[in-house]
Each structure stands twice: as structure tokens, then as C-alpha cells.
Design a protein around this ligand. Sequence first.
Ligand code: TYD
Length: 203
Amino acid sequence: MKTTFIVLEGIDGTGKSTQARRLAAWFESLGREVVSSREPTDGPWGKRLRESAASGRLSPAEELEYFLHDRRQHVAEVIAPALAAGKVVILDRYYFSTMAYQGARGFDPAEIRRLNEAFAPVPDLLLILDLEVAAAHGRIGGRGDTANAFEQRENLERCRQIFLTLQPEPFVRVIPCDADLDEVTARLQHAIRLAGLAPAKPD
Ligand code: TYD
């Protein structure tokens, strides 16, 4: 079965959510039914993860476990049924974020990938929205030289580098995001067309 399963990844501040919305509207204008979703989800595990991001209560191991629970439920209840129904699925974050963020917390990214690919389908196209950490961090309001801002930048740098290790894979495209929104959307659409997931541009 030919699926249209597209994942947007990248560090915080690269514009994934905005671009995911734009791509969903574009596919709809092409006559496709679209399911857009994100991780962590709004389900029970995702809620706990968002709460803990605010309160910082989960240990690294618990956090990893919660992301896996959240994703299992997401795959079973949302992703797999939508793909089986022939819909376009667009995700704002998926297991590559676990590789990057929990990898940055000390877990082995390759092992995280293995754990996930045991149950989570590999997307047809992974679009990594890439931006230098200083620029991305500035966009999320993390300027300054406080210890916390420095730590955040270091952490995002580790995440970015883990995302970039995926670049050689055939289903991955790294999209530079140091441009205005329309230009980045055009780059993403171009990559989607090249991957054969949308019709070529009419002349
Ligand atoms: P984010 O997309 O920034 O959500 P929000 O809509 O709340 O802005 O994701 C929240 C954070 O969760 C983000 O910093 C990355 C992190 N995250 C992980 O650490 N591991 C994961 O597997 C996923 C999906 C997200």
C-alpha cells in the first residue's frame, strides 16, 4: 500500500507547527484528506509529559517510558488507521525527537530508534527543519547569558547534532530554515514533490 506519511522534526524554534499547518492546508487544496497530529499527544501520557516539562518531576527513565507509551497509543489509535484509510498523515514530532532529546539526556539514540521501530512505522519522508541554535533559541525567547539559557542552548545543540546524523538516510531531507515562512514552505513542498508524495508542479 502506498502511504503518505510525513514527519516534521527539528529543535524548538524552527517553525515546525506553522509549517505543519501550511502543509496540511496545501494537501487539502490538492484534494487529499489530511490527519495532522503532534507528539507529545493530547492523550493521557502526553498530558503527563507536558505537565512534567513544567514541573520537572519525571526521571529520565520515566520520561522515556512515557514517550513510548504515548507513541504506542498514537500509532494504534491515530497514525495506523489514518494511513490504512489512505489519508495524508503529517506529524509535528515523532520518535526522532526521542532519539534527539532523550539522546541528549544520555540514552543511546540507536537503541531508542530500535525500541521505537519495533512498533512505530517509519515515515515515507522525514523533513528535518534545521536552524542554528542561536537563531532557534532567540525565536523561542531564550536570549541571554544566564546559566539556564546557556544550558538550554547546549542541550539544543546536542539535539540538533543528533537530528543531523539522520541526514544520509534515503527517507530524510534536511531543510534549512534561515529564510522567511513562505520560502521555507516552498522548500518543504519541493522536497515532498521530489519524494513523489505530491504531484509535480504544473508547468
Ligand atoms: P513541542 O513540540 O515543543 O510542544 P509544544 O507544543 O508544547 O511547544 O514539544 C515539547 C517538548 O517535548 C520539546 O521540547 C521536545 C520534547 N520531546 C521529547 O523530549 N521527546 C519526544 O519524543 C518528543 C516527541 C518531544
